[in-house]
Ligand binder design. Structure first.
Ligand code: IPM
Ligand code: MG
Length: 368
């Protein structure tokens, strides 16, 4: 029997609530589809800090290295704002990304038809939108040295370093080209080659990889600021976008909001293939811990559920089952079910996190 191991890290804020719904879906796959998962759970972020004084224990890190895929809820909250940088909840997540070497962060922005009116942009700009941002996740200004706050003369200076090696650029570019090849065959690379040397090198390496190995993919380049503008002007011009860690952080939030709600968007962070061929992988919703609504049963579990669907597709080669989950989500949205983040239409009473989970399970049940 194939074993499929998962480590679940619910984390902080709404993380545990949305992850509870994912667990029910995982269980459903075990009973209804005979696809069993070995599931372990551990702490990350503020929850780990409260219990152990660190946002990720070495033991949890080791478990993450050991499983087929990690599912993470969210980290952070105002309670931890004044903590030292080294033990902030976010460091737990950054450590996972760095030590698992998850260099390719896939952030799809898809606009479900039933939700096109939730976008702040006009319906025809976003309806049917389906783009994929590939964000470099283990280098750049997030990790570059030197960094810190130092004293120079009579004032302090804050320092961070943007740094990319050719091989770091090349491997994320390849991941993006491969994806483009399976989609509409278009890749747009974004940097600031007009002001940054790292951007000049980025453009050069992406062009070289494209010309040598992906002549069938239509490659274009854009300065990241112009890219942000084009993403809001006419996002459907894009298929796959590849960009660095910091620009990718910004552009993926922007792209997410095009679709109406951050509560809808999943992500996959992939590394190099492990022994059995599966890539090292971590899946998480793009939304954060939303401390303002945590513990109230209001959170939208869809982004986390769709992140599990990405795990089915990218870690377990179960694309049909992933599509089954995605169709179930589409169905409940088409039926008019809305969590509070999506309520707002006249006469719509928002459902709770669990009710949304119930409805998705029912739609899954109907799908077999
Ligand atoms: C994201 C988040 C993280 C990031 C934070 C929580 C460290 O904003 O995943 O986009 O900046 O990468
Ligand atoms: Mg972000």
């Amino acid at each position: 029997m194939t074993t499929r191991s998962l480590l679940i890290l619910p984390g902080d804020g709404i993380g545990p609530e949305v992850m509870a719904e994912v667990r029910r879906i995982i269980d459903w796959f075990g009973t209804a589809r005979s696809l069993a998962f070995e599931v372990a759970e551990d702490l990350v972020g503020g929850a780990a800090y409260d219990a152990h004084g660190t946002p990720l224990t070495d033991a949890a890190m080791a478990r993450a290295q050991d499983v087929d895929a990690v599912l993470l809820g969210a980290v952070g909250g105002p309670k931890y704002d004044d903590l030292d940088f080294a033990v902030k909840p976010e460091r737990g997540l950054l450590r996972l990304r760095k030590e698992m070497d998850l260099f390719a962060n896939l952030r799809p922005a898809q606009c479900f038809d039933a939700l096109a009116d939730f976008s702040s942009l006009k319906r025809d700009v976003v309806a049917g939108l389906d783009i994929m941002i590939v964000r470099e996740l283990t280098s750049g200004v997030y990790f570059g040295e030197p960094r810190g706050i130092v004293t120079e003369g009579n004032e302090r200076v804050g320092i961070n370093t943007q740094r990319y090696t050719e091989s770091e650029i090349e491997r994320v570019a390849r991941a993006a080209f491969e994806l483009a090849r399976k989609r509409a065959g278009k890749l747009c690379s974004m940097e600031k080659a007009n002001v940054m040397e790292s951007g000049v090198l980025w453009r050069e390496v992406v062009s070289r990889v494209g010309a040598a190995d992906y002549p069938d993919v239509e490659l274009s380049h854009m300065y990241a600021d112009a890219g942000a503008m084009q993403l809001t002007r006419w996002p459907k011009q894009f298929d796959v976008i590849v960009t660095d860690n910091l620009f990718g952080d910004l552009l993926s939030d922007l792209a997410a909001m095009l679709t109406g709600s951050l509560g809808m968007l999943p992500s996959a962070s992939l590394g190099a293939p492990m022994a059995g061929g599966r890539p090292k992988a971590l899946y998480e919703p793009v939304h954060g811990s939303a401390p303002d609504i945590a513990g109230q049963g209001k959170a939208n579990p869809i982004a986390c559920i769709l992140s599990f669907a990405m795990a089915l597709r990218y870690s377990f080669d179960l694309g049909d089952e992933a599509a089954r989950v995605e169709r179930a989500v589409e169905k409940v949205l088409a039926d008019g079910l809305r969590t509070a983040d999506l309520a707002g239409e006249e006469g719509v009473v928002p459902v709770s996190t669990t009710q949304m989970g119930d409805a998705i399970l029912a739609a899954l049940e109907e799908s077999v």
